[in-house]
Unconditional design. Structure first.
Length: 694
C-alpha cells in the first residue's frame, strides 16, 4: 500500500557509500501476463519515441481493464482461478506500465522521452490507485474462500488488507478525494525527483586546487586555457574531489554545490507533497503520514519503531562519539586552531585519518578495481553464492547502447533477465538503484530488472577505477537484483520479492555488501588493471581495518536521515521549517559543524521513495548482519548457507511475511549481537582514544 515510489530499491542516502532499489506503488501486488512477444513486454522496443511509449503504456492499461472486466463478469462462485487470477493479471499489466515508464523516466535517451515517461508514470499509477479503490473488485476478492495453500492465502489476505488501508470502504465522495490526493502525490513525488535529476551543478576550480587527486582523475579533468577545471555534482566527478582535494576552499564549494541540488526549486514541491500526504493520512484515520506509512510494514507501529531506533542509538552513539573524537584530535594535530570539523571537510579528514592511522590510502586500491573487472567479479560472486549462472546476451535492443544484458539460469532453467545501466550521462537519474522491469509468473513470464547506477568508466580509454566503497555499492545493488530475480518465480506477480514489506527490502542488499570483506572472495576479481597483480593481502588487511573505522558514526548519520524523514512526515507541513528541522536532526547525530547553506533535504529523493520509512536501512542493517553471521567464514561462497539463504529468504518472495522469512533463516528472532560486533570491529582491534565525550 502506501505511495511507495513506483520505482526501485536503493542505496541509502549516505553520500559516501551506500545504494538502493525502487518499489512499485502497490504493495497490493501486480504483474505482467500471458505469453507475449518481446516488444509487448519491453516498452523501449516499441520505437523509442514518446508517441510509441504512450501507445505501449495505454495498450497495457487497456489490457488491465479487460482483466478487471473479466473478473467482475463472473456469475458463479468466487474462486482463486476466476477472481484472484484475473486480479493478478490486471496487476501485472499495471506493473508493466508503471515499472517501465518509471525506468524510462530515469534513463530515457532524450528529454522528450523522459517527459513523456514521467507523465505516463503518473497515468499508470493513477490506474493502480483506481484499482485499489474499486469496491466491486474488493468485494469479489473478499468473497473468495480461504485458499488451502499458505502462499495464496497470504497473498489474498495481504491484498485485502491493502485495499482496506487504501480506503476502499470509504464512501464515494471520500474515495474520490483519496484518488485525487494519491494522483497528486505521485505527480509531486516525480517532480521532486526530476528536479534533482536535472539539476547538475558545476564548480570551477583552479588547477592547483586539484592537488591531492589521483592521476587518472587529473587526466580526465584537464584545465582550460585560463587554468580552470570544471567539476560537476555527478558522483564520479564531485565525490573524489571532495574526498581528496587538499584545498579547503574547493571542498567547501563542492560541498555546497552538492547540498544545494534541488534548492530552491523543490521547496514548494516538497511542502505540497507533505501536505497532500498528511491530508490523505488523516482522511484514512491516521494522525500523521508516518503512522500511515508504517501500518503495513514489518515494524508495525510507531511505538515499536521508537523502541527499536532507541536501541540502535544506544548501540552506536558512544562508539560513534569515540570515532568522531579520534578524527577531531587527528585533524587538530594538523590544524591546531580547529574547534570542529566542518561537514564539508568530513570526508577529507576521514581519508587523511585512515592514511595516518591504518597506513591505508584509499587511492592505492583503486587500480585493483577497474569497472569492467569489478562487474565480472560481482556477477561471478553472486553466481557462486546463489548457485546460478549469469550469461551475457548479445544483440539485445535496449534504451541505450551502453546498457549490457545478462540472462540468469538455475541449471538449464532460465530465471530471468537483468540489465546494467552503470555510468552517468546527461539527463539520467543521478543515484544508484535497482528497479524491476517485470515481475515473474511461474510458467508464464520471467522477471526482469535493471541496475541504474553512476559509476566511473564507460568511456573509451577510461579504465573506470572505482573507489572500494563503489564496489560495496555494486554488491548492495546486486543483492537487490538477486532478491527480485530469485524472488519472482512464484504463481502470481503479486508474490514477487520486491513486494515483500518495504522495511525488509534493504536486508538482502546490505547482506551482500559484507562479502566485500573476505579476501578470498575479493581476490577472485581484484587485480591490478595494468600489471594483473592480485590485491596484496597486506593491503587488503589495511583496507579492511580502515574501512571498519567510521561504522558507528556512519550509523549515527543513518539515524539522522531516519529522523529527518520521520520529522518531515510528522510535523505540520504548512509551518514546517525544512532548514531548521534538518539542522536540528543534523546536530543530534553529527559532531561535525553544520555548514550554513546546506539544504540537503531538497535533493533527498528517499523522501519520495521511502517517504517516512528511511528507518528501513538501519532496521535491515541489523538483520543483514545477523544473516551474514550465519555463513561459515571459511566457506563463505561454497558453504551450505548460500543455498539455504536463497531458499529461505529470497525464493519465497512475498509469499510469507518478512518477519517469518527472517525467523525461517535464523531459526530465532533477530538480535543486535552481530551488529554490535560489526560496529566495534575496529575498536576491538585497536588501542582506543580515552575520550568518549561527544
Ligand atoms: Zn538498497
Amino acid at each position: 500500500m502506501v505511495d511507495r515510489s513506483p520505482r526501485g530499491h536503493c542505496l541509502p542516502f549516505v553520500v559516501a557509500v551506500l545504494a538502493c532499489a525502487t518499489v512499485p506503488a502497490w504493495a497490493a501486488g501486480a504483474a505482467p501476463a500471458r505469453a507475449a512477444a518481446s516488444t509487448e513486454l519491453h516498452a523501449w522496443e516499441a520505437g523509442g519515441d514518446p508517441a510509441a511509449l504512450e501507445k505501449w503504456v495505454h495498450e497495457h492499461l487497456r489490457r488491465a481493464e479487460v482483466d478487471i472486466a473479466r473478473l467482475l463478469a463472473v456469475k458463479s462462485a468466487r474462486t482463486v482461478g476466476n477472481t484472484l487470477r484475473p486480479y493478478d493479471d490486471a496487476a501485472n499489466e499495471l506493473m508493466l506500465s508503471v515499472t517501465q515508464s518509471s525506468v524510462l523516466y530515469g534513463v530515457g535517451a532524450t528529454r522528450e522521452l523522459r517527459d513523456k515517461a514521467q507523465a505516463l508514470t503518473q497515468t499508470a499509477n493513477a490506474a493502480f490507485t483506481a484499482l485499489n479503490l474499486n469496491q466491486a473488485v474488493y468485494r469479489a476478492l473478499a468473497a473468495v474462500p480461504t485458499p488451502p495453500d499458505a502462499a495464496t492465502r497470504h497473498y489474498l489476505e495481504h491484498t485485502l488488507l491493502e485495499y482496506r488501508l487504501a480506503g476502499v470502504d470509504k464512501d464515494d465522495a471520500t474515495r474520490t478525494k483519496i484518488k485525487a490526493l494519491q494522483d497528486k502525490i505521485t505527480e509531486l513525488g516525480l517532480a521532486f525527483e526530476r528536479a534533482v535529476h536535472d539539476d547538475v551543478r558545476t564548480t570551477v576550480a583552479d588547477k592547483g586546487q586539484l592537488d591531492g587527486l589521483p592521476p587518472d582523475y587529473l587526466a580526465t579533468h584537464p584545465a582550460d586555457a585560463e587554468g580552470q577545471v570544471r567539476i560537476t555534482t555527478d558522483p564520479p566527478d564531485g565525490w573524489p574531489a571532495q574526498t581528496f582535494s587538499n584545498s579547503a576552499d574547493l571542498r567547501g564549494k563542492l560541498y555546497l554545490a552538492a547540498q544545494e541540488v534541488g534548492y530552491p526549486a523543490n521547496t514548494e514541491t516538497l511542502r505540497a507533497l507533505l501536505a497532500r500526504r498528511e491530508e490523505l493520512a488523516r482522511l484514512l484515520g491516521y494522525p500523521t503520514w508516518a503512522d500511515f506509512a508504517m501500518a503495513d510494514q514489518m515494524t508495525g507501529s510507531p511505538a515499536k519503531l521508537a523502541e527499536y531506533l532507541g536501541n540502535i542509538d544506544v548501540a552506536s552513539r558512544e562508539p560513534g562519539a569515540r570515532e568522531d573524537a579520534a578524527l577531531l584530535a587527528f585533524a587538530q594535530q594538523r590544524e591546531p586552531s580547529m574547534q570542529k570539523i566542518s561537514a564539508a571537510d568530513a570526508r577529507y579528514w576521514q581519508e587523511q585519518y585512515r592514511r595516518a592511522r591504518f597506513s591505508f590510502d584509499s587511492q592505492s586500491v583503486r587500480p585493483y578495481f577497474p569497472y569492467a573487472q569489478v562487474e565480472r567479479g560481482v556477477l561471478a560472486t553472486a553466481a557462486t553464492l546463489f548457485h546460478i549462472d549469469i550469461k551475457p546476451v548479445s544483440g539485445v535492443h535496449t534504451w541505450h547502447p551502453s546498457v549490457t544484458t545478462y540472462d540468469v539460469f538455475d541449471g538449464a532453467v532460465r530465471l530471468g533477465r537483468i540489465y546494467l545501466d552503470m555510468h552517468p550521462r546527461e539527463g539520467k537519474d543521478k543515484w544508484f538503484s535497482t528497479q524491476p522491469l517485470m515481475f515473474g509468473i511461474h510458467g508464464r513470464q520471467l522477471p526482469e530488472g535493471v541496475l541504474v547506477c553512476n559509476f566511473a568508466g564507460g568511456t573509451p580509454g577510461d579504465p573506470g577505477l572505482m573507489q572500494y566503497g563503489d564496489v560495496v555499492v555494486f554488491l548492495h545493488e546486486f543483492g537487490h537484483l538477486m532478491h527480485h530475480l530469485i524472488g519472482s518465480q512464484n504463481a502470481f506477480v503479486g508474490e514477487g520479492g520486491f513486494l515483500v514489506e518495504g522495511d525488509f527490502i534493504e536486508a538482502p542488499s546490505q547482506m551482500l555488501e559484507e562479502f566485500f570483506h573476505d579476501y578470498r572472495v575479493l581476490t577472485t576479481f581484484a587485480r591490478h588493471y595494468q600489471s594483473g597483480e592480485v590485491l596484496p593481502r597486506d593491503l587488503f588487511m589495511r583496507m579492511t581495518r580502515a574501512d571498519a573505522y567510521g561504522r558507528a558514526s556512519g550509523q549515527q548519520r543513518q539515524l539522522m536521515y531516519t529522523a529527518l524523514s520521520l520529522d518531515f512526515h510528522s510535523l505540520p507541513p504548512a509551518t514546517l521549517d525544512f532548514d531548521a528541522v534538518y539542522r536540528h536532526d543534523f546536530e543530534r547525530f553529527n559532531s561535525s559543524a553544520f555548514v550554513p547553506g546546506d539544504h540537503l533535504w531538497a535533493s533527498f529523493t528517499h523522501l519520495n521513495g521511502y517517504s517516512s520509512n528511511y528507518y528501513t536501512y538501519v532496521l535491515d542493517k541489523v538483520i543483514a548482519l545477523d544473516f551474514f553471521a550465519q555463513f561459515d567464514p571459511q566457506e563463505l561462497l561454497r558453504g551450505p548457507a548460500g543455498m539455504r539463504y536463497r531458499q529461505a529468504v529470497l525464493a519465497p518472495g512475498s509469499t510469507r511475511p518478512a518477519a517469518q522469512l527472517v525467523r525461517d533463516f535464523l531459526g530465532r528472532e533477530p538480535n543486535l549481537d552481530a551488529y554490535r560486533r560489526w560496529m566495534l570491529a575496529e575498536f576491538d582491534a585497536e588501542t582506543t582514544p580515552s575520550s568518549s565525550a561527544r
